[in-house]
Design a protein around this ligand. Structure first.
Ligand SMILES: Nc1ncnc2c1ncn2[C@@H]1O[C@H](COP(=O)(O)OP(=O)(O)OP(=O)(O)O)[C@@H](O)[C@H]1O
Ligand SMILES: [Mg+2]
Length: 168
């Protein structure tokens, strides 16, 4: 058996409804701070945007988090004094990071919480550390609401960040 790398923290949880997924986002928000990158993976309809909606609620940002059709990234400013949420749908971001930098988001990424759907192989270099969430259906059936979520914190930032609290 291979030992887990020492600069990696991982926790797994089961979510049984969209409302619980949203609640997971709200709980996750409490652990996040400016400069954090969260990458969400999972097939179409896995629940990435649903989780981000909860995140937005937890961070207390303006505007409802939606699934943008023609928008690659949307900035949700904080309603208080917290960091803005930058929600990126990298599905159409063919060029990766350069293209992301060309978006002229009018916000400083190190001052924001960045959440990226479909970002694998495209946005990893934005930050040294990152949180990776993989959501998958426990059952193949697309009408089933049970999701398995694996949360992996990569890098120093996440070692003692208390990810275990998410599954409590
Ligand atoms: N446990 C669950 N968690 C999240 N969503 C669920 C769950 N069970 C059912 N759903 C439903 O699945 C759909 C998830 O849609 P959502 O837009 O969040 O997915 P997505 O991963 O962002 O998809 P896409 O890849 O198209 O962006 C919603 O209609 C939601 O109601
Ligand atoms: Mg989505």
């Amino acid at each position: 058996m291979e030992a887990a790398p020492h600069n990696q923290a991982e926790t797994e949880l089961t979510v049984t409804s969209p409302e619980q997924m949203r609640e997971l986002g709200r709980r996750l928000a409490k652990l996040l701070r400016a400069g954090d990158l969260v990458m969400l993976s999972g097939e179409l309809g896995a629940g990435k945007t649903t989780l981000t909606r909860g995140l937005g609620e937890g961070l207390g940002v303006r505007g409802a988090v939606t699934s943008p059709t023609f928008v690659i990234a949307r900035v949700h400013p904080s309603l208080g004094d917290g960091p803005p949420l930058v929600h990126v749908d990298a599905y159409r971001l063919a060029g990766g990071l350069d293209e992301m930098e060309d978006l002229d988001l009018d916000v400083s990424l190190p001052d924001s919480v960045i959440v990226v759907e479909w970002g694998e192989g495209k946005v990893e270099e934005l930050t040294e550390d990152r949180l990776q969430l993989v959501i998958h259906r426990a059952v193949g059936d697309t009408t089933d609401e049970v999701r398995q979520v694996t949360v992996t914190g990569l890098g120093e930032r996440w070692i003692a960040a208390g990810l275990e609290a998410l599954s409590a």
